[in-house]
Ligand binder design. Structure first.
Ligand SMILES: [Zn+2]
Length: 132
């Protein structure tokens, strides 16, 4: 399972996550989102109401001049939370599938419990069909 780790390293590469962040109002879009090829979409700084991503801020000339910049919290941290959440959900689904496969193959609940570190009853309650 390397995909979630890669996603966490490249959080801005998740267009759906970026779209969700912007739609939820948890991050602001750069003024040049969708118009400049090097725009990173998620704003890193604002000058009054003008929000810019880091590359667009570096290219800024007179736009927002005279207005003090306000650094915005890095929205990539929120994307990393979403990526980690998704990885946890995938891992939980993989664990349930593996337990189901082991049970179908005839492994007893005590073996599942021994691998997971818990009691047979706890493993059965957690993974018996119909439970999550
Ligand atoms: Zn930009």
């Amino acid at each position: 399972m390397t995909a979630p780790v890669l996603a966490a390293r490249r959080p801005a590469g998740d267009p759906a996550g970026v779209k969700n962040l912007l739609a939820s109002g948890l991050a602001r879009a750069c003024r040049y989102a969708g118009t400049r090829p090097d725009c990173q979409v998620l704003a890193a700084v604002r000058y009054g109401q003008l929000a810019l991503c880091a590359p667009c801020d570096q290219r800024r000339s007179t736009l927002g001049k005279g207005t003090p910049p306000v650094s915005l919290p890095d929205p990539r941290a929120l994307l990393q939370i979403a990526a980690a959440r998704d990885a946890c959900q995938q891992a939980a689904a993989a664990l349930h599938a593996a337990v189901a496969r082991a049970r179908q193959d005839g492994h007893p609940w005590s073996a599942v419990a021994a691998i997971l570190g818990g009691t047979r009853q706890a493993a059965q309650q957690r993974f018996a069909s119909g439970h999550r």
